[in-house]
Design a protein around this ligand. Structure first.
Ligand code: ZN
Length: 428
């Protein structure tokens, strides 16, 4: 317990350090809003896309510089509108993820804002139209009725729910199941299994909440790869695709720690997972090696370790936490006991084997670096199974070139999705 207190003290000094870094001057909410209004009449088609993206960036800056204030809620709402419009006009999946992200943020962080019920209504619409997530849509509409019964969105939410009438009608619809879609239960045959058939109990988590953490961001570039491409951008792309797959195929609820190129302190990332009471936390990274020679895929779970190369990697990934490895190892020895270590190891194995299997179907030279343990700061203090994946090497001449391709990013995301699915559908 004492050690834990020390941990949080250290943590707050790191946070203070981060906020002391001067930020560039963000535009005001009014400025961005007027730009958005001008754009709104135009189509977010290819020729104007850059301008839409710029307004999105400016909104992110307004949100960041007004945390907790009303302008932040208003900017989030506008960002929801902007990306929602981009989604409907261009069927852009990443715009869909972003719109959903911002509306969810309003409901969570600005529940007392007059925009909260409007945000929930849009959230329901996007879950229904974009993700075909009927239970998710219903829960957003019901939240409008339950939390904002005096608000001006009640009639609309009722209409979306197919409710005509008073409280009795509401109760009737609430009790009716939301057109249940059977979740896939059967696990594809595991070819690596030894052939022994053992009847086991299945571990089921209904609509798990998964936190996806694209590593690095902002001035923390991560590994610099082939042709100057950056880890922070590659892993963000993979995270956005994974988000979509988890929502659509696993019917999971997801939270992405960052949806844009912004810096995010490591401890904030686990805090997001803990605050959301996540069922799973996955941090996505891409590797680099001193001689640019190393290649392969590896998955880490948190542990105290003496393995030298693991320590080196951990040192690099931990760098933006601004602290030395020895501190972490010291703190870890206490924390690790409360940690779901076994689940994390299982998860790491599911993810690693999905990655290697999936990628090997398309590439003959995939190297399996295996499951390893390391004291990653980003994983310290997380209260759920969590892993850190190094999908491939950014600076390897072959892998680096692959990593920047959309096709490869999609393959990786697909594999991560399978690993996570297998973890939730595993037997014990
Ligand atoms: Zn990284």
């Amino acid at each position: 317990m004492i050690l834990r207190t020390i941990f949080f003290l250290l943590l707050s000094s790191v946070v203070a350090l981060h906020s002391a870094v001067p930020a560039f001057a963000a535009p005001s909410y009014e400025q961005v809003r007027s730009r958005f209004r001008q754009l709104k009449s135009s189509d977010p088609k290819v020729q104007r896309l850059k301008q839409w993206e710029e307004v999105g960036s400016d909104l992110a800056a307004v949100i960041e510089s007004n945390r907790g204030k009303q302008d932040s809620a208003k900017a989030m709402y506008l960002a929801g509108q902007l990306y929602g419009k981009m989604y409907y006009a261009r069927s852009s999946r990443s715009a869909l993820s972003r719109a959903v992200f911002y509306y969810e943020q309003i409901a969570k962080e600005h529940g007392d804002s007059s925009l909260a019920d409007d945000a929930l209504l849009h959230l329901g619409d996007l879950r229904r139209a974009g993700y075909k997530d009927e239970p998710g849509a219903r829960s957003a509409y019901f939240e409008v009725l339950d939390v904002y019964p005096q608000g001006d969105m009640v009639a609309k939410a009722k209409r979306r729910l197919g409710i005509s009438g008073g409280e009795e009608a509401v109760a009737r619809v609430r009790a009716a199941p939301a057109s249940p879609k059977p979740r896939p239960v059967a696990k594809p045959a595991d070819t690596s299994a030894s052939g022994k058939e053992i009847v086991k109990k299945q571990v089921r988590v209904d609509r798990p909440l998964i936190v996806i953490d694209p590593g690095h961001g902002g001035d923390d570039l991560g590994a610099v790869g082939y042709d100057g491409y950056l880890e922070k951008d590659v892993v963000l792309n993979i995270a956005m695709i994974l988000d979509e797959l988890l929502r659509e195929r696993l019917r999971a609820r997801t939270v992405i720690t960052r949806v844009r190129d912004v810096p995010l302190p490591l401890e904030e990332r686990t805090k997001i997972a803990n605050d959301n009471k996540a069922d799973l936390f996955i941090s996505i990274h891409a590797n680099a090696s001193p001689g640019k020679r190393a290649r392969g895929t590896e998955t880490y779970y948190l542990d105290n370790t003496n393995d030298k190369s693991s320590l080196k990697l951990a040192e690099r990934e931990n760098k933006s936490a601004g602290r030395k490895l020895s501190d972490i190892q010291f703190i870890l020895s206490d924390l690790i006991q409360n940690f779901k270590l076994e689940d994390s190891i299982t998860l790491a194995h599911h993810i690693q084997s999905a990655l290697v299997q999936r990628l090997s179907r398309y590439y003959s030279d995939i190297r399996d670096l295996g499951v390893k343990k390391a004291p990653f700061y980003v994983l310290v203090g997380a209260h759920m199974p969590c892993v850190l994946v190094e999908v491939s090497f950014m600076d390897h001449p072959v892998e680096g070139r692959r990593l920047i391709e959309r096709r490869y990013q999609r393959l990786v995301a697909e594999a991560l999705y399978r690993g996570i699915r297998d973890f939730f559908e595993r037997t014990t």
